[in-house]
Design a protein. Structure first.
Length: 324
């Protein structure tokens, strides 16, 4: 008699893994004709009908089903080792993971969703995401991140959604998004950002959704690039009216998008037309040559004056000398 069973909750099996067992009747004995042949057939049947297990089985503390590894709220301090390599989603929310080391996910070649929200993440190695070339969604929200290495996202060029909200990020380097040409949604609200570099948005051509509120934005010249970008892409920031100044007394709680160009008048670089540009380009060499010519002229006049002075002067005879 064949019996079909699957691992229980205390030791769940990997997705799609079923075990078969053959219960032989109690009357079966070696003396029965064809007993050895029947046993050999049983072993062969087990290998034929038992589905293949993934390269790594599901960790004891997680549940694995339908290509998803669920390790939510398991008090984990580190990412489990030897995870199933055929998983497309890895959920590690609400744990106590503090760092992501080099090559943590190197074996997860087909992973598309990685959730690490509500941990205590404070550092991410620049090569921690190596191997995740198919990743589309990364959730790092509600952690303790203050800085991100500029090369952090180089291994995940297919990323479309990046959640960094409710961390302690002080700045976002202009080099950070250059490896994310397909990024569509970026969440950075609830951090400690005061400005964004001028080239930050140039590397995000596909960006269509951005959150910026609840940051201590400083309305100074450093915010000029963000002000210009918001003016042209306000539809991409649903909470644009909530993106307010925090560190300028006269503009506290004033929406950045409502500021006028006059607020940044002293920050704007004046534009020069072609004649003006040519004038400033030539004025330096011209001034230099003119100063040389003037110096030569003054030197020549001084020498000539000295010669004339010596030629026309009369020497009076000394006392006691006779005139001839």
């Amino acid at each position: 008699m064949w019996i079909l069973f699957q691992g229980g909750p205390e030791r769940p099996m990997a997705s799609g893994t079923w075990a078969w067992a053959l219960l032989l009747p109690a009357t079966h004995h070696r003396s029965c004709p064809g007993g050895r042949r029947q046993r050999a057939f049983t072993v062969l049947a087990l290998f034929l009908f038992l589905p293949r297990f993934p390269a790594s089985s599901c960790p004891d503390v997680c549940n694995c089903s339908s290509g998803k590894i669920n390790c939510v709220d398991r008090r984990l301090r580190f990412v489990p080792l030897q995870l199933p390599t055929n998983a497309t989603a890895l959920l590690l929310d609400y744990n106590r993971i503090a760092t992501l080391r080099n090559g943590t996910f190197a074996a997860q070649r087909v992973l598309r969703q990685l959730c690490l929200g509500n941990n205590v993440l404070a550092s991410i190695h620049r090569l921690a995401l190596v191997g995740l070339q198919e990743l589309q969604e990364l959730d790092l929200s509600d952690n303790s991140l203050s800085l991100l290495h500029p090369e952090t996202f180089l291994p995940v060029p297919t990323l479309q959604t990046l959640k960094l909200e409710n961390n302690r990020l002080l700045r976002l380097d202009a080099e950070l998004p250059r490896a994310l040409p397909h990024l569509k949604a970026l969440f950075v609200h609830g951090n400690a950002l005061t400005s964004l570099s001028a080239g930050f948005f140039e590397s995000l051509p596909a960006l269509s959704y951005l959150t910026l509120e609840d940051n201590p934005w400083t309305c100074s010249c450093a915010l000029w690039p963000l002000f210009l970008w918001l003016g042209k892409n306000r539809e991409k920031v649903p909470e644009a009216n909530s993106v307010t100044c925090k560190r300028r007394a006269s503009l506290v709680q004033y929406p950045i998008s409502a500021l006028g160009n006059e607020s940044f008048a002293r920050c704007q670089t004046p534009r020069m037309n072609l004649p003006s540009y040519a004038f400033f380009l030539l004025i330096g060499p011209s001034t230099f040559l003119a100063s040389i010519c003037v110096g030569i002229l003054l030197g020549s006049l001084a020498v000539a004056h000295l010669k004339l002075t010596r030629t026309g002067s009369c020497a009076w005879p000394r006392a006691g000398t006779r005139l001839r």
